[in-house]
Design a protein around this ligand. Sequence first.
Ligand code: AMP
Length: 415
Amino acid sequence: MSFSNLGLSDPILRAIAEQGYSEPTPVQKQAIPVILSQKDVLAGAQTGTGKTAGFTLPLLQQLSDNPSKSKRHVRALVLTPTRELAAQVGESVATYGKYLPFKSTVIYGGVGINPQIATLKKGVDILVATPGRLLDLVNQKKLDLSFVETLVLDEADRMLDMGFINDIKKILALLPKKRQNLLFSATFSDEIKKLADSLLNTPALIEVARRNRTSQSVAQLVYPVDKGRKRELLIHVIKKGKWKQVLVFTRTKHGANRLSEQLGKKGITSAAIHGNKSQGARTKALADFKSGAVRVLVATDIAARGIDIDQLPHVVNFELPNVPEDYVHRIGRTGRAGNEGEAVSLVCVEEHELLNGIEKLIKRKIDKTIVEGFEPDPMIVPEPKKKDQRNNSRRRSRNSKRDSSKKQSQSAKRA
Ligand code: AMP
């Protein structure tokens, strides 16, 4: 199937062709016709599936099918959890809409509000925003949402994780009652279900690549290694493999900074990205990484959400995440939209339990390879866990079991 069978007009097809996309991805095939039929949509799709174009393309099509007769108003609103994701969605809108007469803009916090006010004043058709700054602008009477025809909640699960539910409710109350709602989420917790029930009107259900299944195009590998030698091993594999672009995950912001500095000292250009960095520093780090000015981007889970880098070849888990689902999100950064990718995890003896949890979640064993010269010392055994750590991990595993059985029964209901 090609894009031209999906009901998209020439200016949009031209922009798609310029991106070099020859075929719509599964989520695009399903979502585009349904959205064009004006239905509400509940879509289970992770980043990397092409979901952004899946809602952006039909949004643009609908706006051009019904040109506004009066002055410019915000007619499509896309809410995202993070600034990075907002910026990326905004870029997609600009890219796919380049041959259309619409104005779009992106607003998020952490940067000056005045330029945003000035842009809004000139009139905008498509607005991509994070919830907090959006409400600031509404409260300052700089933004009118009463003409919104389509609302998109992108990565709705993350929005709830990040505590945006009240902001979302406030925003919903500002929108016209009659509108189309599109909810995209990688996971379906009870909270998402509740939000979907209250927001969506007999939605079409779209689910591509099952959740918690890792993409087939990502080769996954574990390098067992002692904790104290992880940095050395990372430098070794980057240099030996002549890796030009690698996203490395650490568990803490401090760890991200430290690792990035240490890589720099060893002649590997690197930048860190995490929640304590200013928006300017985050944007610059991402731009430098995308342009190839830095080889390594060291990130924490939250900061990395929504990072969209075409054909990212390597992801390294310098430390495994505490929550197994984050592993799936992390390695979803590579092997995107059909490109080959490689995800390597450096695992020390203390992380074996975390690794088991991940393997259980993804329902497969990950191949383990010992790198010559980095054989783990058999004398090193895991330190006994502190009591509260033990309780936390028990609680997590209980929650995760409860969630996955709920998720299964939900997908059974949906099917
Ligand atoms: P997303 O899931 O929206 O984050 O998109 C993931 C990546 O897939 C982005 O880098 C897009 O540029 C790319 N992409 C989106 N649609 C297609 C397509 N039909 N063919 C190839 N790549 C695509």
